[in-house]
Design a binder for this molecule. Structure first.
Ligand code: ADP
Ligand code: MG
Ligand code: ZN
Length: 606
């Protein structure tokens, strides 16, 4: 703020200097003219020295034949010819002089006379006005501090979102159409004595369309929509959040019926008393204010608060009780059918090549969220554009999937021959073991071109979307994860850091098998440890032990046993089928990538 004022003052001074020097140019021009009196002029004319005279009002600008400029004045009431007559200038001498009479009473004349006086005044006035405005702005911004900066969308805007823009999520849509009904015809429900719900909580992993869905509800109901993110309430200063909440609801009440959408509710709605860092008091106050406001609606206040979070488990229980966010709508990751629908929605404005099948894209994208899928189509379009194509081909989309999944290809990253060979055998190991084990997902693609941080990759895709996983699947997965490491060791009698990520993932999975899924025989069907998280990092970094030291040891040894068994499985396969491994690796070294068909053909012949 202060800097702005200084900046303004500096510009002001600069412009002032510029203008004044510009004006002084004129005056310099004037002073260069030599002032003479009328008598001298007459003598000069009589001597034949004068080339021209320019008459502007009372001012006479004289130019002599040797180029000298002079000026003089006449009486305003007298014309030049009478003046010269009175001074008895010889007419034939006068005829040699060119006389220019410029319009002396015209607008231009007045402008010229007045401008040098008025212009600076206008400019100074303008700057003073600017500065005043800025200072006022500063003041009002300070006052705005406690106001919410919610974005407001009016119902009839051009880019109105409706349910047809949200693919899948049929259950959520059904639940939410009720809300739409409430907003459209509240009387119908009030007459039946029903309480209009005050809050709806949209729950789901990131990118599943929670924000989109909330906007669609507003679009369907045709009511104004206030959008604010939970984090926007929180400032360094205690009390600001609460006052923003008050302000938001005050604005909303004026526009009722309407929807207030609080995105990322977990930013303010975490369990109270669990705060770390300086702002927890503030968050509690903000949260309390939200609760107070929601309790304050009577049946006539037609405001529905929609909130979204991907962490319902950490919300304060007070938020979830009836009368507040008592309705929860879950948005899940889309299944294959929904994925195709989402892709169709986002392909609406994109020219797809003839015969492009979005179903195939949906098949290859299990676990992708709506946002990921939107990203796939976007990346596909970018890729097509980069190749100077006018339409997006199926192949572009497949490449886009891999890019979204694993990061961009790094063809330029140079691998030495030796590294390339190691990578080839490593990936061949993954692929071979995945192919051999009945419960592992089939191999979709193998590549030794680096992508993101991986040196190479073996893409496995489940044949169908699965909600549940069995122990047998997990054990096979473990073996596949470790197979890269095993292959390296077998062939080169050496292990590299290339397998470290595999080992990490395998260890994590083994731990989960034991402590979360209760799938080990030794430790039985129970969970071990409670996962808590530290608020400000938002990650599971803290695990509370609910078991003894002895159990901890047992867990460790069970994890180790699972890993050893998986290693053995992988080793057996790789030793038994060494030729096949060689064959895959050699083909990879030549072709760099193997698609599913090529790989399967290779396995059938080898
Ligand atoms: P969230 O708020 O759950 O993190 P968003 O609503 O911001 O996710 O979704 C991000 C983007 O993903 C949306 O703008 C939309 O383009 C796309 N998207 C997500 N889910 C869907 C869906 N079901 N249908 C269509 N597009 C979706
Ligand atoms: Mg969101
Ligand atoms: Zn690997």
């Amino acid at each position: 703020m202060k800097q702005n004022v200084i900046k303004n003052v500096v510009t002001f001074i600069l412009v002032f200097l510029l203008v004044s020097s510009f004006l002084s140019l004129f005056t310099i021009d004037k002073t260069r003219r030599q002032a003479i009196d009328v008598g001298t002029l007459v003598t000069e004319i009589n001597d034949g020295k004068v080339e021209s005279i320019e008459v502007a009002g009372d001012k006479l600008s004289v130019k002599l034949s040797d180029g000298t400029l002079q000026e003089t004045q006449k009486e305003p009431t007298e014309s030049l010819s009478t003046l010269l007559n009175n001074f008895s200038v010889s007419p034939d001498k006068l005829a040699e002089v060119k006389i220019d009479i410029t319009n002396d009473t015209g607008l231009g004349f007045w402008m010229l006379t007045i401008a040098p006086i008025i212009l600076p005044i206008i400019i100074i006035g303008f700057f003073i006005w600017m500065m005043m405005k800025q200072i006022q702005g500063a003041n009002s911004k300070a006052l705005m501090f406690g106001q919410s900066n919610a974005k407001q969308f009016q119902p009839q805007t051009k880019n109105r979102v409706t349910f047809s823009d949200v693919a899948g999520s049929h259950e959520a849509k059904i639940e939410l159409s009720e809300i739409v009904e409430f907003l459209r015809k509240p009387q119908k429900f009030i007459e039946l004595g029903a309480k209009i719900p005050k809050g709806v909580l949209l729950v789901g992993p990131p990118g599943t369309g929670k924000t989109l869905m909330a906007r669609a509800v507003a679009g369907e109901a045709g009511v104004p929509f206030f959008h604010i993110s939970g984090s926007e309430f929180v400032e360094m200063f205690v009390g600001v959040g609460a006052s923003r909440v008050r302000d938001l609801f005050r604005k909303a009440k004026r526009q009722a019926p309407c929807i207030v959408f609080i995105d990322e509710l977990d930013a303010v709605g975490r369990q109270r008393g669990a705060g770390l860092g300086g702002s927890h008091d503030e968050r509690e106050q903000t949260l309390n204010q939200i609760l107070v406001e929601m309790d304050g609606f009577d049946n006539q206040t037609n405001i529905i608060v929609v909130a979204a979070t991907n962490r319902p488990d950490i919300l304060d229980p007070a938020l979830l009780r009836p009368g507040r966010f008592d309705r929860q709508v879950t948005l899940d990751l889309p299944d294959i059918r929904e994925r195709e629908e989402i892709l169709k929605i986002h392909a609406r404005n994109k020219p797809l090549a003839e015969g492009t099948d979005l179903k195939l894209v949906a098949q290859r994208t299990p676990g992708f969220s709506g946002a990921d899928l939107a990203n796939v189509l976007n990346e596909g379009a970018i890729m097509a554009g980069r190749d100077e194509q006018k339409i997006i081909s199926q192949n572009c989309l497949f490449q886009a999937i891999e890019k979204v999944m694993l990061g961009p290809e790094r063809r330029s990253s140079i691998m030495s021959e030796k590294e390339k060979k190691i990578t080839a055998y490593h990936e061949a190991g993954h692929a071979l073991v995945a192919h051999e084990l009945p419960n592992a997902d089939p191999v979709h693609k193998i590549s030794i071109i680096s992508r993101g941080r991986a040196g190479g990759y073996t893409l496995k895709l489940p044949t169908e979307d699965r909600k549940y996983h069995s122990r047998a699947e997990f054990l096979d997965d473990l073996a596949v994860m470790l197979a890269g490491h095993v292959a390296e060791k077998k062939i080169f009698n050496e292990v590299t850091t290339g397998a470290s990520n595999d080992l990490k993932k395998a260890t994590q999975l083994a731990r989960q098998i034991v402590t979360q899924y209760g799938m080990s025989d030794e430790l039985g069907p129970r969970t071990y440890g409670e996962h808590e998280e530290l608020i400000f990092l938002g990650r599971e970094i803290h695990e509370r032990r609910d078991y003894s030291e002895k159990t901890a040891e047992a867990i460790d040894s069970t994890i180790m046993k699972l890993i050893r068994n998986a290693l053995k499985t992988a080793e057996d396969i790789i030793t038994r089928q060494r030729e096949r491994l060689e064959k895959i690796a050699q083909t990879l070294l030549v072709k760099e990538t193997l698609e599913k068909d090529e790989f399967e053909q290779l396995m059938a012949t080898a």
